[in-house]
Design a protein around this ligand. Structure first.
Ligand SMILES: *[C@@H]1O[C@H](CO)[C@@H](O)[C@H](O)[C@H]1NC(C)=O
Ligand SMILES: *[C@@H]1O[C@H](CO)[C@@H](O)[C@H](O)[C@H]1NC(C)=O
Ligand SMILES: *[C@@H]1O[C@H](CO)[C@@H](O)[C@H](O)[C@H]1NC(C)=O
Ligand SMILES: *[C@@H]1O[C@H](CO)[C@@H](O)[C@H](O)[C@H]1NC(C)=O
Ligand SMILES: *[C@@H]1O[C@H](CO)[C@@H](O)[C@H](O)[C@H]1NC(C)=O
Length: 394
């Protein structure tokens, strides 16, 4: 968590159903609505998972208004939306509710469909995480759905910290990201509990989804207490046999080319070894840096090394690298999809030339609805044969 929370806590009216709109004429479109909240309600920080049958699930967090569950109607939950036609039409199929704390699922959802069994859960199970918080603490919880996102059962608590407070010295946890790697589930998160760091990135692992190993550092600056690396997202880059982690890296009041939360990345042979990986900032043409809440995916399109695609909070455009993550080779590519806080990217498994960009509101509040763009990478990158291989999910 980098930016202040209080701007997110905005009051508003009850959510209503999205107005029907004409479907787009092709598989490619931008700023196409998934869900339109009424004025005063903010929906943001979407996360996406493609199921084995091609269904897309999107979960997001909601601030303000009466989108709330519980006896007093005051407990937040993550709405879950489903599309069976590549993002054209969407149905609100469930809410991921807090079943253990009485606090709500407040922010920062994560989603992952299992392709291999783990912890007694079969392939096809959808795992969800998120931050459940109150004035008493922040808890990263794990839930599971055995019916493709329609209902959710509690699995376990990954970890917990102090109350939500982004001031250095406070001790909350934030922003889980899920990866099934070998025989373990990895849950990455941002961690303010270590007194040596304002905030660092760490992960914990489990083989049974019930017991969790110790926190292992991914990005921690031993000489810069003020640094607050945040918002882990990880992807596999098969041709390099490497894993990439992207994150924002604010340091006190310094900036990179005007970006106060400049996006950085590290590469490692294993997604458990980022702590010793080389680090690079993303800088375009030596004079422009993407800012805040990055996301990363890899697609086989775009040449021998495929293409790494990164998004940030402040730009509709995305940032691509077709030269094996060479720090000098980042390019900015126009998308037409609007900017948003903590957008999610997705490469369709059976159509790796299709890039989805999903975003809700901006951090500072622009009343943006939850929308998706599906872009043709052949057009974005120029016609180039894909290399063999699948989009890297694990
Ligand atoms: C999600 O929760 C809201 C608020 O209680 C409710 O209005 C909505 O019907 C729920 N949606 C689903 C699909 O359960
Ligand atoms: C937030 O954390 C800082 C640093 O520990 C502390 O001084 C401040 O009182 C905390 N604020 C709240 C509202 O808990
Ligand atoms: C950044 O913060 C330091 C310490 O508070 C201060 O001395 C410095 O002037 C600040 N720099 C800028 C550019 O605001
Ligand atoms: C809000 O943030 C967006 C970037 O996400 C920026 O383009 C816009 O100018 C900001 N608006 C205000 C009022 O600061
Ligand atoms: C692919 O990536 C590797 C590793 O970074 C690099 O050595 C090689 O030059 C790249 N090839 C192309 C065609 O970009």
């Amino acid at each position: 968590m980098g930016l202040s929370l209080k701007t997110l806590l905005v009051a508003g009216a009850a959510l209503v159903a999205a107005r029907p709109r004409p479907p787009p004429p092709s598989p490619f479109f931008v700023n196409h609505p998934i869900y339109t909240p009424p004025q005063g309600v903010r929906i943001m920080y979407p996360r996406v998972s493609e199921l084995r049958d091609g269904t897309l699930l999107v979960a997001a967090n909601v601030f303000g208004g009466d989108f709330f569950v519980g006896p007093d109607g005051n407990i937040p939950a993550f709405p879950v939306f489903e599309s069976k036609d590549g993002g054209v039409t969407w149905k609100w199929i469930s809410n991921i509710t807090d079943q253990v704390n009485g606090w709500g699922m407040n922010a920062q959802p994560a989603l992952l469909e299992l392709r291999r069994p783990i912890g007694g859960y079969k392939p096809g199970t959808v795992l969800a995480s998120g931050n459940s918080w109150s004035a008493s603490g922040t808890r990263i919880e794990l839930y599971a759905s055995k019916d493709k996102g329609r209902s959710w059962e509690y699995v376990s608590r990954v970890t917990e910290g102090g109350r939500p407070n982004t001031t250095n010295g406070a001790d909350p946890v934030w922003e889980p990201f899920l990866l099934h790697y070998e025989d373990e589930l990895i849950v990455y998160y941002s961690d303010q509990r270590d007194p040596k760091h304002g905030q660092k990135l760490a992960h914990q692992r489990s083989k049974d989804l019930k017991t969790w190993g110790p926190a292992v550092n991914d990005v921690a600056y031993y000489d810069e207490y003020l640094a607050r690396p945040g918002m882990t997202v990880v992807a596999h880059i098969p041709p390099l046999k490497k894993w990439i982690v992207v994150y924002e890296r604010p340091i006190g009041n310094s900036s990179s080319h005007g970006a106060n939360y400049p996006v950085h990345y590290r590469l490692a042979d294993k997604p458990t070894e980022f702590d010793t990986g080389d680090e690079f900032p993303i800088v375009i043409d030596g004079n422009f840096a993407p800012n805040a809440s990055p996301y990363v995916v890899w697609t086989p399109w775009g040449g021998k090394n495929g293409t790494i695609v990164v998004s940030d909070a402040d730009n509709g455009d995305v940032f691509v690298n077709q030269r094996g993550a060479d720090p000098a080779a980042w390019k900015r590519v126009k998308t037409g999809q609007r900017d948003a806080y903590s957008r999610a990217l997705h490469v369709f498994e059976k159509h790796p030339e299709r890039l989805a960009i999903i975003g809700g509101d901006t951090f500072n509040g622009s009343d943006f609805e939850l929308t998706i763009g599906v872009l043709d990478l052949k057009k974005l990158l120029g016609e180039q044969k894909p290399r063999p291989g699948k989009p890297g999910r694990d």
